[in-house]
Design a binder for this molecule. Structure first.
Ligand code: FUC
Length: 830
């Protein structure tokens, strides 16, 4: 009996161990399958191929068994060469243009800007494809058991399939530590790898081989407008094999009967900086390659994963898992709107983080319109930097999703633009400081391009400067602030000398300008105007943030007085006749305007001038405007709207936009619309990466906001995300939300780490208690933590025709917790 019980106990323990083991295995197998994009067929088109990148190098991997195609990019391979595009005729024509605008002669003003302001030479240079590496595998036309994936937990893409009883596997990754792309081909039987490697580019290039195992492609970038292409680049591909033989033949490399083949792809250009392209591309490419060859494949892979995960692993998210995860990614996108698949949202959120880590690394170029992935010589909009929304959107997720370092290339570009833009300010407007219009490129051009309707917007610098400040708001690094303050100050200097008094209200306005790319129903043929709402909001932010910076740095008292004087004279926001937030200085908004840009809502997101608690009338007006604008639009526009609905504290509507965004971009009739491609790239259409980043930022804003005087936890949770968790998001003031869990929509666990100390004000729909049982103090008055000071904006002017819709807000609890740097506080539902 006793023995039996003992045996029973042992049996039970054994059972328990096996059960636990199986359960953990099951869990880890599951978690490792969740952060993957995977498919049961090779890519048939570019938007099905899978992107990898290390900030400088990018590749799109097709995973085709018989003819693998690896499309290659390098972030400095741009057409043209150092050049300027300022039009000096502007200076003389400026007073006339202003006069025409103030006399309501918008068409004439626009025509004159087209003649005298818009650049006569460069409209911006295109970012260009490097070329393709092609690997042909004879006899691999008929394959079975096909599978390919992009694992965004490891940043490795792999393909496997069977041919004649042999399983072939390819693994590709772009290593930041080793600065090469590595492709490894293995087979389940020895001596089975046979391939021919060749390279091409849709433009003339020199292709050669060196020794038996090295393929080289050299070229120069293309001409555009009147600028001659002069960036030299070189690709070197070295094929290392185990077993079999390697030989060079006719500008290709042939591998016969190998056990393993490892390809090291090294790319470099002659680009040193926007003003200097004198580097030796060949030497650079070779030196990256030689360094990389010293490491074993396993070591290189391990170093790559460790480097990538250092950033990626900071944030994890769980919005729930359903059976939908059993389907391949393309099927899930097809079915998203009709299925319940919250994990696809989590995957797409993390995919945005993956893309940012892969396309924007310290020391490199910022993510452009397509991040770093482009297969064309002259891509749509040149794949350059459109700064009237797109470039900024690329960086919206950077701070909140804990990837602050990835901002560095953007911040460096802004520093450079503040240098080049001084010449533009002086030559075009006789103004001080620096200016940037609606676009720039690797040469840091600052002049207006494309035509007045789009390009006459001297606000690019004002918007980009918000990112300089935001980095400080999240990290509190005073030395960093000191280093970017001169850039902000110089931007302010431009506006102080450029602003002009408009005749009707005597406000100081930017003129000429546009509300990005939109024209009012009053004069649809011309977008040009003065004192648009977005311009005023941007200037309000630039001015107040520069004043704050000067105060923190204890400098420039007199200059601050000057800014304050101008600040008082900026136009207030206005609520128009149908209760909308006016987009223009005049009440021109049409209720049927569905334009993709929602520029005037900048004040709601990304800015914090409009608040449900501080400015209820403007909040209501912003909502009315957004409802009128509608939901479906271009990819990035929907991405912006996810963030806007999150700021309107409407999680369900934000989720509706997510569903619109996660709709297949390619419809059954072959036509394209705003949505998502099979490889999860966002579609304007065509592919633009901004929508991916807007999406990621939007999901984060639904779960956490820190722009309105407090850390608002779960501000816009959709009803269907009943249970979930997110770990590692960041808030202003150096707070890190180490853990946030919710059950049935209420917060069940919240752990906040304070990195800088100071008052931690939490706003929540859930009544909270502290884990250490100290009673929580309800917040009173303004948050004493300076990172949470909210802007004091002017009272809006409200049209006497307007009826404002009353926006109902849910009750919230607000607590103040005094924190010390390094301390953690834990809360749960009371
Ligand atoms: C802006 C947008 C377009 C497009 C382009 C790259 O001009 O208005 O929709 O996204 O940038």
């Amino acid at each position: 009996m006793i023995i039996n019980t003992k045996l029973n106990n042992l049996g039970f323990i054994f059972f328990l161990i096996i059960f636990c083991l199986l359960f953990t295995l099951e869990l880890s197998a599951q978690s490792s399958t969740l952060l993957k994009l995977w498919y049961n067929q090779p890519a048939k088109q570019w938007v099905e191929a899978l992107p990898i990148g290390n900030g400088r190098l990018g590749a799109m991997v097709f995973g085709i068994p018989s003819k693998e195609e690896i499309q290659l990019n390098e972030s400095t391979v741009w057409a043209g060469q150092p050049n300027r595009n300022d039009n000096p005729d502007a200076k003389e024509a400026l007073p006339k243009v202003r006069q025409l605008i103030f006399e309501d002669k918008y068409k004439e003003a626009q025509d004159l800007v087209n003649q005298k302001f818009i650049s006569r030479n460069s409209q911006g240079m295109p970012y260009q494809v490097v070329g393709n590496l092609e690997l042909s595998f004879p006899g691999h036309e008929n394959f079975t058991n096909y599978y390919r994936e992009l694992n965004i937990e490891t940043a490795v893409t792999s393909t496997h399939y069977d041919v004649d009883g042999v399983t072939y596997k390819r693994e590709v990754f772009a290593s930041f530590p080793d600065q090469v792309i590595i492709l490894r081909i293995t087979a389940s039987k020895t001596g089975k790898i046979n391939l021919t490697a060749s390279m091409n580019r849709p433009a003339p290039v020199d292709i050669s081989t060196e020794g038996d195992d090295k393929l080289i492609m050299s070229g120069v970038t293309g001409d555009c407008d009147s600028v001659k292409g002069a960036v030299k680049f070189q690709v070197q591909v070295k094929i290392a094999t185990e077993g079999g033989s390697v030989s060079a033949n006719n500008n290709s490399i042939i591998v016969n009967n190998a056990d393993v083949a490892t390809l090291y792809i090294s790319i470099a250009s002659s680009f040193k900086n926007y003003n200097d392209i004198s580097a030796n591309a060949d030497e650079r490419a070779n030196s990256y390659l030689q360094k990389a060859l010293k490491k074993s494949y396993e070591q290189a892979l391990q170093d790559h994963i460790a480097d990538y995960q250092h950033y990626f692993n900071r944030v994890s998210i769980d919005l729930g898992i359903t059976d939908a995860v059993k389907n391949p990614t393309d099927v899930r996108i097809e079915q998203f709107a009709k299925s319940n698949d919250p994990q696809l949202v989590a995957l797409c959120f993390q995919f945005g983080r993956y893309l940012l880590i892969s396309s924007s690394r310290p020391g490199g170029q910022p993510a452009n319109l397509q991040g770093i992935w482009n297969d064309q010589l002259y891509p749509p909009w040149d794949s350059k930097y459109t700064v009237n929304i797109n470039t900024e959107m690329n960086y919206w997720p950077s701070e909140i999703t804990n990837l602050s370092e990835m901002n560095e290339p953007l911040i460096q570009m802004i520093r450079e633009l503040s240098q080049t833009g001084k010449q533009t300010a002086k030559d075009m407007y006789g103004a001080k400081g620096w200016v940037l219009h609606h676009n720039t490129d690797i040469w840091r051009m600052n002049g207006p391009i494309d035509g007045s309707f789009w390009g006459m917007w001297p606000m690019g610098g004002a918007w980009l400067c918000q990112h300089l400040w935001e980095k400080y708001e999240f990290n509190g690094d005073r030395e960093y602030l000191q280093s970017v303050y001169p850039v902000m100050k110089s931007a302010v200097e431009f506006y102080l000398s450029f602003l002009v008094e408009e005749p009707q209200h005597k406000w100081l306005v930017v003129c000429p300008s546009v509300s990005p790319e939109n024209s009012p129903a009053d004069h649809p043929e011309s977008s040009i105007s003065a004192g648009t709402t977005m311009d005023n909001q941007l200037l309000f932010d630039l001015f107040t943030k520069t004043i704050k910076s000067a105060e923190i740095l204890k400098t420039d008292k007199e200059f601050v007085n000057k800014i304050n004087d101008a600040l008082k004279r900026l136009p207030p926001m206005q609520i128009g006749q149908w209760g909308q937030l006016q987009e223009w200085m005049h009440d021109w908004d049409s209720q049927t305007d569905k334009h993709r840009h929602v520029s005037h809502l900048y004040g709601l997101f990304p800015s914090n001038q409009i608040s449900p608690y501080r400015t209820p009338e403007l909040f209501s007006a912003a909502k009315t405007s957004l409802i009128a604008r509608g939901d479906e639009s271009t990819g990035w526009s929907m991405g912006w709207k996810v963030n806007l609905w999150a700021r309107l504290l409407d999680g369900d509507h934000a989720l509706k936009l997510i569903a619109d965004q996660l709709t297949p971009a390619i419809q059954h009739d072959g036509k394209q619309k705003g949505g998502t491609y099979p490889n999860m790239f966002d579609a304007h259409p065509p592919f633009q990466i901004d929508g991916n980043f807007g999406f990621t930022a939007g999901v984060a804003e639904m779960l956490l906001q820190s722009n309105d005087g407090a850390i608002f936890v779960l501000p816009a949770l959709p009803d269907v995300w009943k249970n979930g968790s997110v770990n590692g998001l960041r808030a202003r003031g150096g707070f890190e939300i180490e853990s946030l869990e919710w059950k049935n929509g209420a917060i069940s666990k919240l752990v906040i780490k304070s990195n800088l100390g100071g008052n931690c004000r939490i706003r929540s729909y859930t009544k909270l208690k502290a884990e250490d049982t100290t009673p929580l103090k309800f917040a009173k008055g303004e948050n004493q933590n300076p990172f949470f000071h909210t802007p004091k904006i002017k009272e809006p002017i409200i049209s006497n025709k307007a009826t404002l819709k009353n926006v109902k807000l849910k009750n919230t609890f607000i607590y103040d917790i005094e924190t010390k740097a390094g301390e953690k506080s834990t809360f749960s539902e009371q």
